[in-house]
Design a protein. Structure first.
Length: 120
């Protein structure tokens, strides 16, 4: 078995953006010369009423945004776990971007970053 050196990075952000794509809030960007595995991705609605969250993947290779969750409704004082037992892989320059329709959302991500000298 080959040991792969990695470091774990966790980020959390209060979402303020109300438009998706390039206008969204960048939660995480995979650094140059790295690959990353998302192991945890959760949004929490701190308000008392249901609100909607959009979470997108920006693919740096072709500069396009892809929706992972589009206007997903989260009830007040509740959370939505987008990544549970699944994994999602990122490469250098890829991003996770978030936006909301209203309310108070925090989004938290935890990733494993692995150095890859072949990634730009």
């Amino acid at each position: 078995m080959v040991d792969i050196a990695f470091k774990t990075v966790s980020e959390s952000k209060t979402i303020t953006a109300t438009s998706a794509g390039s206008s969204g809030d960048v939660l995480y960007t995979c650094p140059n010369n790295h690959d990353a595995v998302i192991e945890y991705l959760c949004s929490s609605n701190g308000g008392t009423s249901s609100q909607k969250i959009t979470i997108e993947f920006y693919h740096a290779d072709d500069a396009t945004y892809h929706q992972l969750a589009k206007e997903h409704s989260v009830s007040g004082n509740n959370s939505y776990h987008l990544i549970t037992s699944n994994r999602f892989y990122l490469h250098a320059g890829d991003k996770i971007v978030c936006s909301k329709d209203g309310g108070t959302f925090d989004v938290t991500i935890s990733v494993r970053e692995m150095y890859n000298p072949n990634r730009a």
